[in-house]
Design a protein around this ligand. Structure first.
Ligand SMILES: [Zn+2]
Length: 259
């Protein structure tokens, strides 16, 4: 491949493979319960890595009828406990709760949205700098379920890494799905996907690690009713492939004068 590149000159460089430079993995997601998207992988790496989960929003608007917990501070308190339960189940550090509102203030208007997303950018930046991880995991442009907060936090995390010149220092990996993976989320039957060829990082996990996901789902009682919890776990059990897909943010940094 190297020889071909020298001859052809303009060939696309191989994506840089950066092994995890230190033992810390920082996962940056939007809501308490988003970690269900990667729970078996985090459980797997928890064995010999320091895994940190940062959650941008406090989930204050995630009202579900079965739980009957009103929107606002009481729901925030419950979801904090649920996130802690989930991190314990995966064997990772307690959650880092950035404390922004779901929807980044869109509920109260575009002005508040700009204020909150700017503050979120600074908080994401300081969290990355403080943890100083070997790599970052976040949502890709598909946003998992497509929730605007999922797209938003993946976007802001990417923005911070690009803005600070952290591309090589903090390799970013996007969570992705290759097919219409069935889930039992209240508002979705399936999650968003990317073409399989673009999701070249495929992390296998064990049945024991998948069972940590079941425990994580059970932690989020305010979000998933008993029947939704059972349905979701049954759906996961039918998926016997046990592989999670990711894509690394890969940039071509050679300066040139045409497209
Ligand atoms: Zn979410």
């Amino acid at each position: 491949m190297l020889v071909l590149c020298l001859v052809a000159f303009a060939c696309t460089p191989e994506p840089k493979h950066t092994p995890i430079a230190n033992t810390k993995i920082l996962v940056i997601l939007a809501h308490p319960d988003d970690e269900t998207a990667v729970a078996p992988v985090l459980a797997k790496y928890a064995g010999d890595h320091d895994v940190y989960l940062a959650l941008a929003t406090d989930g204050r608007y995630g009202y579900r009828e079965h739980a009957g917990i009103p929107k606002g501070d009481s729901l925030v308190a419950v979801r904090k406990k649920e996130a802690e339960c989930s991190c314990r189940a995966m064997g990772i550090h307690p959650p880092i709760l950035l404390g922004f509102h779901d929807g980044s203030g869109m509920v109260t208007g575009i002005g508040e949205y700009f204020r909150q997303t700017e503050a979120m950018r600074e908080k994401v930046k300081s969290t990355i700098a403080e943890i100083d991880p070997g790599m970052i995991i976040t949502f890709g442009p598909d946003g998992d379920t497509g929730h605007l907060d999922h797209r938003g936090i993946g976007d802001i995390t990417t923005e911070v890494v690009l803005r600070e010149g952290w591309y090589e220092k903090y390799p970013v990996f996007y969570i992705g799905w290759t097919k219409d993976k069935l889930v039992s989320l209240p508002q979705n039957d399936a999650v968003n996907t990317a073409d399989e060829s673009y999701l070249n990082i495929r992390i296998p996990y064990s049945q024991a690690e998948e069972e940590k996901l079941y425990a994580v789902i059970k932690c989020h009682k305010s979000q998933f009713s008993p029947s939704e919890t059972t349905d979701w776990i049954e759906t996961e059990k039918k998926d016997t492939v046990n592989v999670a897909y990711f894509r690394q943010l890969t940039l071509d940094t050679r300066v040139r004068g045409d497209f």
